[in-house]
Design a protein around this ligand. Structure first.
Ligand SMILES: [Zn+2]
Length: 104
């Protein structure tokens, strides 16, 4: 299974792939209409909104989830911006969160 290099969304359906670049695939949500990967801040904010709306997390906690998630992706090691600096979940909190949601 492929994952979006910028937000780690599973690309289980080819329709979710917005851009293929080198060894990386990006989802349709992380790519703008010019086929460019969106800015770190934009993707970060989109992720925060997702966890607030879909998972009902408070904003502060949603930010910690997304920050942790994006910080672990190799893509952002070279492109990280200030929005990824700050408090984030620990490895344990993060794996707990995603292991439990996988069971649904
Ligand atoms: Zn993405």
């Amino acid at each position: 299974m492929k994952f979006c290099a910028a937000c780690s969304m599973p690309l289980e359906n080819p329709e979710y792939i917005g851009l293929h670049s080198g060894d990386s695939d990006f989802c349709i949500y992380c790519v703008d209409s010019d086929k460019k990967v969106k800015f770190c801040e934009v993707i970060f904010e989109g992720g925060v909104q997702y966890f607030m709306n879909a998972e009902n997390h408070p904003r502060e906690y949603a930010e910690k989830i997304v920050r942790k998630n994006m910080t672990m992706l190799p893509y952002w090691k070279d492109n990280a911006s200030l929005c990824l600096k700050g408090e984030m979940l620990s490895n344990e909190e993060f794996s707990k969160l995603f292991c439990s949601s996988d069971k649904n």
